[in-house]
Design a protein around this ligand. Structure first.
Ligand code: ADP
Ligand code: MG
Length: 416
């Protein structure tokens, strides 16, 4: 993997940096946007500061959310430029010469205004271009269309740094094509993330436990097949639970269920048994009357979800306290723990208990702990845990899962 060092001296060079600044935003009644978790901005600072110190002229690019290939104000990166300016000056106090860092912002990705802003950069200055996904070329499946957009980005710069770990599994213009059009290298964040993930594959210390949850069930099932070969224990929570419970023949009411995955899941349960890998499912579930923060809810046995007062219309929104305690006990005795996906709908206080217990168990164990996934990372911060209490909080959910699945990641392949 080529790293920043391979690019040679970068003084007065224009360097375009693909970051993952896809942060969660909340909009208040007056339409003012706030960033609810700035972890991904913070994670991008190491590379940016290093480039600034080297005297590079820095052009930052990123996506935010899922706009549909055209400008959509709700997904503007403008609030990110302001927050990054604050964070850079926190981490790197104003120098004697009064040279505070400022992240400029242009409200287009390519075009005349973007060109002018890039051309006006002095050494050490930074500009953030507007959301890459306001351009259809970014995520196009058509190679020529993607390549054409990447060429427009390449025209801005002398070198490319790939530091958006959260997107390295995507074959997209700013990740895959751009790297082939300029001298390119992995940034410090991508390099650091890979070093950690390597500790979760061949080098993992045993016992090794993986905790899976969240809502993207079918996305995550693939990793299970691969992990069964490598881990000692798989702990299953979140929305994924119900496909497992249904596979064992239990009724799950109106909970999240992927019927077309039932056979796959039955296969995993059988393979795990053969290989002596423990798959631990919850024994109790918090079932709610509806999907709402103030919904009535009850704790029921996992094999009798429809026994609640809500019958077949009840929804499982969190693992119960007994299950959380059992999961925590496994985590306590593990030397390596990887966690992806909240145990329940942690955004609602009534259904955050499972996620909180698992997060606390990770902070308390002596083992090496890694949290991966956008929502999982946001959850531990929102629930009040400190980043330092975990071995590593990854900025990439899908990317880290695909790496653990043993897949080739297009954004990394082009940097070899
Ligand atoms: P990550 O971003 O960490 O990979 P996901 O995106 O897969 O995680 O899932 C996060 C979401 O899963 C959260 O918004 C959470 O509310 C939701 N979730 C967790 N458990 C359940 C459940 N039982 N039913 C519905 N949604 C759930
Ligand atoms: Mg997510």
């Amino acid at each position: 993997m080529r790293t920043l060092d391979s690019l040679g001296p970068l003084g007065s060079k224009t360097v375009i940096v693909r970051c993952d600044l896809n942060v969660p935003l909340a909009t208040d009644a007056n339409g003012v946007k706030t960033i609810t978790d700035d972890g991904r901005i913070r994670a991008s600072l190491t590379t940016i500061r290093e480039l600034r110190e080297a005297g590079a002229r820095i052009v930052l690019i990123s996506h935010l959310g899922r706009p549909k290939g055209e400008p959509d104000e709700q997904y503007s990166l403008r609030p990110v430029a302001a927050r990054m300016t604050e964070l850079l000056n926190e981490a790197e106090p104003v120098s004697d010469s009064g040279d505070a860092a400022e992240v400029g912002f242009v409200d287009e990705t390519v075009g005349e205004a973007a060109s002018a802003a890039v051309a006006a950069l002095a050494d050490g200055e930074i500009v953030l271009l507007e959301n890459l996904r306001f351009n259809a070329g970014e995520t196009s499946k058509d190679d020529a269309e993607r390549r054409a957009f990447a060429q427009q980005l390449a025209d801005f710069a002398d070198a490319f740094v790939s530091d958006g770990f959260g997107v390295v599994h995507r074959k997209q213009a700013s990740v895959y094509d751009l790297a082939q059009l300029l001298p390119s290298a992995a940034g410090r964040l991508v390099a650091a993330e890979l070093e950690v993930l390597e500790r979760l594959t061949e080098k993992a210390e045993r016992p090794y436990a993986v905790v899976l949850g969240g809502s993207k069930v079918s996305d995550k099932l693939g990793v299970i097949a691969h992990l069964i070969e490598r881990v000692d224990t798989l702990l299953i929570g979140g929305g994924m639970v119900f496909t497992f419970l249904a596979a064992q023949g239990h009724k799950v009411g109106a909970s999240l269920l992927e019927e077309d995955q039932l056979d796959t899941v039955r296969g995993y349960l059988a393979t795990a048994k053969e290989r002596g890998v423990r798959i631990v499912l919850p024994t109790d579930i918090i079932v709610a009357e509806g999907f709402a923060a103030d919904a009535a809810h009850e704790i029921v046995p996992a094999d009798a979800i429809e026994s609640s007062s809500f019958g077949a219309s009840g929804l499982g929104l969190d693992i119960g306290p007994d299950s959380a305690a059992a999961f925590a006990a496994v985590i306590a005795e593990s030397a390596t723990v990887f966690w992806n996906g909240p145990m329940g709908v942690f955004e609602m206080t009534a259904f955050a208990g499972g996620t909180r217990t698992i997060a606390r168990a990770l902070t308390e164990t002596d083992g090496f702990t890694v949290v991966g996934g956008g929502d999982s990372a946001a959850a531990v911060r929102v629930l009040g845990f400190a980043d330092e209490d975990f071995g590593h909080i990854s900025t990439g959910g899908g990317a880290s899962l695909e790496f653990l699945e043993g897949k080739a990641l297009p954004g990394l392949e082009v940097l070899v």
